[in-house]
Write a protein that binds this ligand. Structure first.
Ligand SMILES: Cc1ncc(COP(=O)(O)O)c(C=O)c1O
Length: 394
């Protein structure tokens, strides 16, 4: 594996461990355990004197390939694959805090992520302050002497707000706190949080990394020191490890990630431009457009727009439901990052547990829908929207 390979090459070849059979496609090592040549060899392995696998909850060859390929892509030293994105988020946060510590998190988070910091962490004596993450001064004001972790996603789900990652990292470094970035919406193609100064990156690999609706998965990436000090024991002893079969699926997903994200982004961008001109649409939020409220930060920290578009319809919930029901190619689903175009109504699905007030703070109105653009033909998708919009009142 060469460090100088460009991303598309890393995503096809990075981390490959070829067996004695010389297989082209990565092998799936579906094993729980490993055998040793002798009792002495087992002892040495457990003492850490020799390299090798011990038990699949700790690590295994197919997971190793996936983790190394992700490291190559992300510019990280270490990675740990998890059974879902939420297992990655929970582990990345909880492994490094203790009772009496304080977390500052952006309030615009995926519902389950928000539950981890807002509801779960306080049960264990870990305090959390939620802030409007768009403005750096809010992060600064929330800092306390016991602040240990900053947590954010950017762009956010579903209204595609962005957070200045380098700015938050600078604040965190001043107080010795760690920044955890959920990079799901940006994908590893468009945003490199570690290069921007973040310390830990997490993904729901369920989204673009699989990208074909098959597997739940997650991954945590950071430097060797942080993984050894905080994550290693937590990961080994609480057991969020990914199945090797899932790792294999995701290795296949990584091979085509740049191609899929490129086509999805092209579709998203063209659909966003089309929708912005339609009389039934009040507002389109798309990080690739000049009218994005934080276009300057997008230009600074992202290498591309997004595969997602937030659309606000003038006719509220009635129009949002009518649009979804009238679409044919675009399917109604709360998942995202898939080869298939998917649309959801956050107020009644992904963000239904928030109060009306909390939803309003996040810019989620009854007329907001979130589109995850797939890889279908662009013109077919635009025609699908044009036909569906014609069915709703302006
Ligand atoms: C931004 C974000 N983070 C984390 C998750 C959780 O991932 P998973 O469903 O793989 O647990 C999701 C989606 O479900 C998400 O959209």
């Amino acid at each position: 594996m060469s460090k100088t390979w460009r991303p598309a090459t890393q995503l096809v070849h990075g981390g490959t461990l070829r067996s004695q059979y010389g297989e082209t496609s990565e092998a799936i090592y579906l094993t729980q355990g490993f055998v040793y040549d002798s009792a002495e060899a087992a002892e040495a392995r457990f003492k850490g004197e020799t390299e090798g696998y011990i038990y699949a909850r700790y690590g295994s060859p197919t997971n190793d390939m996936f983790e190394k390929r992700m490291c190559a892509m992300e510019g990280a030293e270490e990675a740990r694959a998890t059974a879902s994105g939420m297992a990655a988020v929970a582990a990345a946060i909880l492994c490094q805090v203790k009772a009496g510590d304080h977390i500052v998190a952006a309030r615009a988070l995926f519902g389950s992520c928000r539950w981890v910091v807002e509801t779960l962490a306080p049960k264990y004596g870990i305090e959390c302050t939620l802030v409007d993450g768009r403005h750096l001064e809010n992060w600064e004001k929330a800092i306390r002497p016991n602040t240990k972790v900053f947590f954010l996603e950017s762009p956010t789900n579903p209204t595609l707000e962005v957070v200045d990652i380098a700015g938050v990292a600078k604040l965190a470094n001043q107080i010795g706190a760690k920044v955890v970035v959920d990079n799901v919406f940006a994908t590893p193609i468009f945003q490199k949080p570690l290069e921007l100064g973040a310390h830990i990156v997490v993904y729901s690999a369920t989204k673009h990394i699989d990208g074909q609706g098959r597997s739940l998965g997650g991954v945590i990436l950071s430097d060797k020191e942080w993984v050894t000090e905080h994550l290693q024991d937590y990961y080994r002893h609480t057991g969020p490890a990914m199945s090797p079969f899932t790792s294999w699926t995701l290795l296949k997903g990584l091979e085509t990630l740049p191609l899929r994200v490129k086509q999805q982004t092209e579709n998203a961008s063209k659909i966003a431009d089309f929708l912005a001109e339609q009389k039934q649409v009040a507002k389109v939020i798309y990080p690739g457009r000049k009218d994005h409220p934080q276009a300057d930060i997008v230009a600074r920290q992202m290498r591309g727009g997004s595969t997602l578009v937030a659309i606000e319809l003038k006719g509220g919930k009635e129009a949002a439901f009518a649009l979804q029901n009238a679409l044919d190619i675009v399917k109604i689903s709360n998942n995202l990052g898939d080869a298939k175009s998917l649309i959801t109504h956050p107020a009644t699905t992904t963000h239904k547990n928030l109060t009306d007030e909390a939803r309003a703070e996040l810019g989620i109105s009854p007329g907001t829908v979130r589109l995850s653009a797939g890889i279908e033909d662009t013109d077919d998708l635009i025609e699908d929207f044009a036909h569906a919009l014609s069915k709703i009142k302006a």
